[in-house]
Design a protein around this ligand. Structure first.
Ligand code: KIV
Length: 292
């Protein structure tokens, strides 16, 4: 049986019992202070995306300490080709659902394309919407040096900010795809500058997406805030995956850095086919599914 979400998990590997990011907290959500303490202890942790209450509740009960309502909802939930069309109203609605479905996880709401690049005051207005209307505990936005002023304003206003550097998918059209970032001396130095700029601006963590493992490990060593890697090797403090990739729900090819821990697409497809076959054969509903 699973441990209750409000009970400390027992004997987590590699950590002192009762002192893990998830297991050490019994009656409140994980906070950015807990995350800072995990970096001090050298505890690695996992983050998953979530876009709805039911899936989020599964991850919350499974002990995932941080859930990101990513704008990857664009590709993975809303049927767009990229994250670019995602709106603030959509992010508020999805984030509120994830908050409602969880009790323990820190929920981070992603700021979609066009919701913060115009000015720091636009960033403040929209980050406040995610906090007030959806109830998230933190927001995430893309960009290093270019987003530092906005991060600073949000952090000063008491809004925890997770930064996101390296491959920033909202810039897919400028990148011309999803190329690995930070290759070569100049690009590596730029990535390091971006990482230091967001730390200096007050970000509590930074996502490093699609960067060479050695560079991500160097950035991790040089920062006091935790790094959250996706396609950034094993040397970061935390790892994030898009849940539909991680669980094998995504159709077609997934990026090289994804490990599929289940094959949900096949499981759901089989269930749907069996249901349809039984309806066709007249064997569903059976007497036990029928009111008398
Ligand atoms: O939107 C998202 O899911 C993300 C993660 C890939 C970090 O930004």
């Amino acid at each position: 049986m699973n441990a209750s979400p409000l009970q400390p998990a027992q004997g987590q590997p590699g950590t002192k019992e009762g002192q893990t990011l998830y297991g050490g907290i019994t009656n409140r959500r994980v906070t950015v202070r807990d995350i800072a303490a995990a970096k001090q202890r050298g505890e690695k942790w996992a983050m998953l995306t979530a876009y709805d209450a039911l899936t989020a509740s599964v991850f919350d009960e499974a002990g995932i300490p941080v859930l990101l309502v990513g704008d990857s909802a664009g590709n993975c939930h809303l049927g767009y080709e990229t994250t670019v069309p995602v709106t603030m109203d959509q992010m508020v609605m999805l984030s509120a659902a994830v908050v409602r479905g969880t009790r323990r996880a820190l929920v981070v709401g992603d700021m979609p394309f066009g919701s913060y690049q115009e000015s720091s005051s636009q960033a403040m207005h929209n980050a406040a919407r995610l906090m007030k209307e959806a109830g998230v505990g933190a927001v995430k936005l893309e960009g290093g040096e270019r987003s530092a002023r906005s991060i600073e304003l949000l952090a000063e206003a008491g809004i925890p900010v997770m930064a996101h550097i390296g491959l920033t998918p909202q810039s897919v059209h400028a990148f011309g795809g999803y190329p690995v970032q930070g290759r070569g001396d100049e690009a590596a130095h730029r990535l390091l500058r971006d990482a230091k700029a967001v730390q200096q601006a007050g970000a509590f963590a930074v996502v490093l997406e699609a960067v060479p493992a050695e560079l991500a490990a160097q950035v991790t060593e040089q920062l006091a805030i935790p790094t959250v890697g996706i396609g950034a090797g094993a040397g970061t403090d935390a790892q994030v995956l898009v849940w539909t990739d991680m669980a094998g729900m995504t159709a077609g090819r997934v990026p090289k850095f994804v490990k599929q821990y289940a094959n949900l697409r096949a499981v759901l497809g089989d269930a749907a086919r069996e249901f349809a076959a039984e309806v066709g054969a007249g064997t569903f509903p059976a007497p036990e599914h029928t009111f008398k």
